[in-house]
Design a protein around this ligand. Structure first.
Ligand code: ATP
Length: 362
């Protein structure tokens, strides 16, 4: 086990900066998750740590060892990819043993490690099969097992669950978490999946265009986002962003007026436009129009059992670009498309962003 420290790492591909001067330190034994839109540089960071990619500038430390110019096989990291990359002509047992044999580990140790890993991942009954005789979930366990058997200092996992179906994905995610709790190996994990990021991470690193937007624990990233990009990236449905003109007392949103909370009054300048953020769970249908803040027209109702998602327009007409709000309400509420609904916003949960830069003002 070891810490992983990236200091001012950049990786350019000709004119493209896939990663742009990134620094962070994953403490020994922690589980960090890298998230961000497609192309933001997640895989390049992982591949650079693994030594499969060379940084254009900057330094990487694993433990106290500077590894930037050390070849991949000497870095003592194990990487697991989305496409398991098992050796098709080898049995599961041979696949699990491969990394150890490459390191000339003695055969007694190899056997005991392979047995232990197979037991812990519940794949003992598969040891004599070849990869093509396994389901996707089983193949992914073998790929994880191959990495674990090596007992590396660091795990690097690149969307390891994304080829699995929903149920298997949930199960394997929980197993991964247990495994990490048991082994305590420093892990850096790349995913598109918000649930994986929120449930697995000690710390989440949100990236955009090769740069770090925010590093924080899942609760901080969700509840206290640094900017509009982070605010709208995590959360499903995402945070609503409403363009509002502050008139000195209220926020004008489309042709409606939302009372401006006192805590925002000193910050906002009359006559200026702001992006107001509110999460879907902080909007409720008002009991009657006297205590409502805004009125919306229902477009889509999605009952999910535990809750109902409503997508509604802020303006009654049917123009193509009518601003929409997503709301997450109790399942007993069953409006119909076309209904006009009074809604109430939790005004303590409003965020304010600069429309030009996306930076958070409140
Ligand atoms: P995804 O979520 O889609 O896998 P990502 O966040 O992992 O994306 P990377 O694969 O790290 O993104 O790519 C970051 C940027 O670097 C992208 O613009 C990509 O096109 C570019 N890039 C990556 N590898 C190369 C390469 N070998 N040559 C040229 N450009 C590359």
């Amino acid at each position: 086990m070891a810490r992983v420290y990236l200091e001012d790492i950049s990786r350019r591909f000709n004119a493209v900066a896939a990663i742009d001067n990134i620094s962070f330190e994953v403490p020994d034994g922690q589980f960090w998750v890298l998230v961000g839109p497609s192309g933001c540089g997640k895989s390049t960071i992982l591949r650079t740590i693994a030594g499969l990619e060379t940084a254009t500038s900057g330094q990487i430390f694993i433990g106290d060892r500077l590894v930037s110019s050390i070849p991949a096989r000497q870095r003592d990291v194990a990487m697991v990819f989305q496409n398991y990359a098992l050796y098709p002509h080898m049995t599961v047992a041979e696949n699990l043993a491969f990394g150890l044999r490459m390191r000339k580990t003695d055969s007694t140790t190899v056997k005991s490690r392979v047995d232990a890993v197979a037991r812990s991942l519940d794949i003992v009954h598969l040891l004599d099969r070849r990869p093509r005789q396994l389901s996707g979930g089983q193949q992914q366990r073998v790929a994880l097992g191959r990495a674990i058997a090596r007992q590396p200092q660091v795990f690097l996992l690149d969307e390891p669950l994304s080829n699995l179906d929903a149920q298997l994905r949930d199960d394997t995610r929980a197993e991964l978490k247990q495994l990490h709790q048991r082994l305590g190996i420093t892990t850096i994990y790349v995913t598109h999946d918000q649930v994986e990021a929120m449930t697995l991470a000690d710390q989440i690193v949100v990236l955009n265009q090769g740069q770090i937007q925010q590093i924080g624990d899942p609760q901080t990233i969700y509840g206290n986002p640094a900017n509009q990009m982070v605010a709208t990236f995590l959360g499903s449905p995402p945070m609503n962003i409403l363009s509002a003109l502050y008139d000195g007392t209220a926020l004008q949103i489309e042709s409606q007026r939302l009372p401006c909370p006192d805590r925002l009054q000193h910050l906002l300048e009359p006559g200026h436009r702001y992006n107001i953020g509110i999460r879907p769970e902080h909007i409720q249908i008002a009991a009657d129009s006297s205590n409502s803040h805004l009125t919306v027209t229902v477009h889509v109702v999605e009952p999910l059992g535990r809750e109902t998602l409503i997508r509604a327009a802020l303006s009654p007409d049917n123009r193509g670009s009518v601003p929409m709000v997503n709301m997450q309400v109790l399942p007993n509420v069953k409006p119909q498309p076309g209904d006009r609904l009074p809604i109430q916003l939790d005004l303590t949960m409003l965020f304010v962003f600069d429309p030009a830069t996306g930076s958070r003002l409140m």
